[in-house]
Design a protein around this ligand. Structure first.
Ligand code: ADP
Ligand code: MG
Length: 728
């Protein structure tokens, strides 16, 4: 066995669970390293706290002197918790998080030093941004970037650094991060949803979007991980024969969590709690070594930050436990990939969930209003919903018969479907008192009852209503939630604005408010039926049916991203002041570029593995066989030799065939990379990588995986699936 593989197997099998100190109450730890509202009140004057609260809750500006006070308070608090540095923490379009640490330390003359941090340092910081991706923006404007404090998300301490959640923008004002457009979308949905919510309750002054994510991931032993260049460089295995036992038995889901993993999860939870991530749920997932972590839902901006933070934290904690976290959407062939369900809803400042059926017909009409507007919004902009989840990694998952299909549809369950059926029958225009009573009692009045026992849970749907929220299931596990959240909130904001205009117009014409609302909702149901689907999303029949309905089925990232530049979709973001034309174009270019880059890296790693690991190993083994055949020939008479050496001869031939096939495919792969890179347009380049380079992955893999079965296990260089897919 190769030394590396042997050592890895030996090391991994001797690992013991790492001891973790678990406090008696997690609630005591919660937010202990966060500049939370509670801490703010302790460190700030009443006046300053009022401003900060208004900034968080109402988006109001913070005056200069107050920023100074907040900075001083933050510094005092941070120093008391052992911090020495501060950083503007932001989420550039690379997908990970960025930070540049500066010490509080400063020299003030006479050889003396102090800890210094003031309002301007809090509000703005200039990282050296020249190497963050920004699509065409920088080329066009030669812009430099700066980060600016986002007071709507809490500052926190990691290790000895005070982290200040920030946005990242260029000097020309173009956004270079995930957060800024999200904040704009949240503002748009706040305004639109507040206006509509006030039809039902005049006390509503603000609507928050909520996000509860569920993060799926794989764990592998770090020693094993280090034996796989494909995992190290691409986050996924590009080769490997499926083991005899995969997930067929379904025995991993909700099974007991291996002790080593449990210790890791416990430490992760303790550290997450300290920085304010309210993690609540942990369990095994469907595939071997696949797990999930989910928090209590939060305001969307905070939720997005916390998911990014958790992804960072997962990697850091895993190191201590000699584990590697795989956030890739499809690390292993033959078993489920990982997603990140984004549970989404809207909540008023009066504490009501607008997607939760209420206790009386009025609240139910409110529920139906937001429910149906969301359905209508998704039906109009399903292409953008698809493009927002498009990535090289997610392409391996979507439509793979284990994940939501690439077709966007909505599942609402049979009972709500029948409510919509009834509502659709409502007469146009004014209603008689009897008709109104019937509607209130028999349709709208029945909703909470029916939802109570609505246990319908269609796991194949990319966007499902689950009782009091929609669950966007097609998001990739490594994605930043900001984009899908930005998209949902923008399309719903846009729809609610139009809804308000349409309802007001009918009220103008003399209809009662309820009648007007029913009228518009009825039309919306009629025009968005095609997006509703209750059946099996993995089936071929659905693909055919969806095509008939005119729903898109973009199977690859380049196809899915193309729609971002369509006028209808650009107008949506521009009209709602979420993204400008330049921003849409540069982000699109960037995503295409990222796709091509990732496919190119995978291709090159695969080529290297095939040429430097697989072919030489196969030749070595073949040489052994040849030696064996020659030996047999030297000791047996010809007739006997033929039958005795048949198996070996066949093997020698098969190995030769495989080697030459792999060699030919790899040469073709490399030449296709070169050709693809000659495309000047990012769209064309991405399309070439998708359609000309990627097909070789499965061709090469199939041959290599067959070789894995032919070559002696003892000499195979790469750790095998069965070896790292199961951990005790
Ligand atoms: P599952 O999808 O695994 O069956 P649940 O349906 O119980 O799990 O809920 C999953 C997630 O939904 C949790 O992370 C929870 O915080 C979130 N969630 C619950 N209510 C809301 C809401 N109003 N807005 C956003 N997320 C929510
Ligand atoms: Mg879920």
């Amino acid at each position: 066995m190769s030394k590396l593989r042997f050592n890895a197997l030996y090391t991994a099998s001797n690992r013991k669970p790492v001891d973790v100190v678990i406090p008696d109450r997690l609630s005591k730890l919660f937010n202990s390293n966060v500049f939370s509202k509670e801490t703010m009140q302790e460190y700030l004057t009443k006046d300053a706290y009022k401003y900060l609260k208004a900034a968080r809750e109402k988006g109001e500006k913070i005056p200069r002197e107050i920023a100074d006070q907040v900075a001083t308070a933050m510094k005092e608090w941070a120093l008391s918790r052992g911090a020495t540095h501060y950083t503007h923490w932001f989420q550039p379009l690379t997908g990970s998080t960025a930070e540049k640490h500066d010490a509080f330390f400063d020299i003030i003359g006479d050889d003396r030093a102090i800890e210094k941090f003031n309002g301007s340092m809090l509000v703005q910081q200039e990282p050296d941004a020249s190497s963050f991706p920004n699509g065409g923006i920088r080329n066009t404007f030669e812009a430099r970037g700066y980060s600016a404090w986002d007071p709507t998300s809490s500052a926190f301490i990691i290790d000895t650094t005070l982290c200040i959640p920030s946005v990242f923008i260029s000097y020309t004002g173009d956004t270079l991060d995930y957060k800024t457009p999200l904040l704009r979308a949240l503002q748009a949905v706040d305004e639109a949803a507040t206006d509509v919510a006030r039809y039902f309750d005049r006390n509503v002054n603000k609507v928050h979007s909520t996000l509860g994510w569920e993060q799926e991931y794989f764990l592998v032993d770090s020693a094993m991980f280090n034996t796989r260049p494909d995992l190290q460089l691409t986050g996924k295995t590009l080769l490997g024969h499926s083991p005899a036992k995969g997930q067929q038995l379904g025995d991993h889901y909700f099974g007991s969590i291996p002790l080593r993993v449990l210790r890791y999860m416990q430490e992760l939870e303790v550290e997450a709690m300290k920085i304010g991530i309210p993690v609540k749920t942990r369990h095994n997932e469907v595939a071997p070594n696949q797990f999930e972590c989910a928090p209590i839902f939060e305001e969307a901006n905070q939720g997005v930050d916390n998911n990014s933070l958790l992804m960072d934290l997962m990697n850091r904690i895993a190191e201590k436990h000699n584990l590697k976290v795989l956030l890739h959407e499809k690390p292993f062939d033959g078993v489920n990939g990982s997603g990140k369900h984004n549970n989404w809803s809207l909540q008023t400042d009066t504490g009501e969930n607008l997607l939760s059926p209420g206790k009386n017909p009025k609240q139910n009409l409110q529920f139906l209003t937001f429910f149906i507007n969301t359905i209508k919004a998704v039906s109009e902009y399903s292409d953008i919903m698809r493009s927002t989840i498009a990535s090289a990694g997610n392409d391996y998952r979507l439509g793979g018969h284990e994940a939501p299909p690439a077709i966007i549809s909505i599942f609402i369950g049979t009972q709500l479907t029948s409510v919509l059926d009834e509502l659709e029958k409502v007469k146009k225009g004014k209603l008689s008192p009897d008709e109104k009573t019937d509607l209130k009692l028999n349709i709208v009045g029945k909703i909470p009852e029916i939802l109570l026992d609505n246990t319908d849970r269609n796991r194949t749907s990319p966007f499902a209503f689950t009782g009091n929220k929609f669950e966007f299931r097609a998001v990739g596990s490594s994605a930043n939630c900001a984009e899908p959240m930005m998209v949902i909130n923008t399309i719903v904001a846009d729809r609610l604005k139009k809804f308000k205009i349409e309802v007001d117009a009918l009220i103008e014409k003399g209809l009662k408010k309820d009648e007007a609302i029913f009228n518009v909702l009825r039309d919306y149901i009629k025009t968005s039926r095609h997006i509703l689907f209750e059946g099996n999303g993995y089936s071929k029949e659905w693909e055919d049916e969806a095509a008939k309905r005119g729903l898109s089925n973009y199977k690859t990232t380049p196809e899915a991203l193309k729609v971002e530049l369509e006028k209808k979709n650009m107008d949506l973001f521009i009209r709602n002041s979420v993204l400008s034309k330049v921003e849409i174009e540069s982000r699109n270019e960037l995503k295409l570029n990222k796709y091509s880059t990732l496919v190119e890296i995978e291709a090159k790693v695969l080529a290297d593995l095939a040429r430097n690991h697989i072919i030489p190993t196969a030749i070595l083994y073949q040489n052994d066989l040849i030696k064996n055949v020659k030996g047999l020939k030297s000791i047996f008479p010809d007739k006997e030799f033929k039958s005795l050496a048949k198996e070996q001869m066949d093997l020698i031939r098969m190995i030769s065939e495989k080697i030459s096939r792999i060699k030919v495919s790899v040469d073709q792969l490399l030449s296709e990379i070169e050709k693809s890179n000659q495309n000047k347009s990012e769209q064309k380049r991405a399309e070439a990588f998708g359609s000309r380079v990627k097909p070789y992955f499965s061709i090469i893999r199939a041959d290599v995986d067959e070789l894995e079965m032919l070559v002696d296990d003892e000499v195979w260089p790469l750790t095998k699936y069965r070896e790292f897919m199961f951990m005790d």
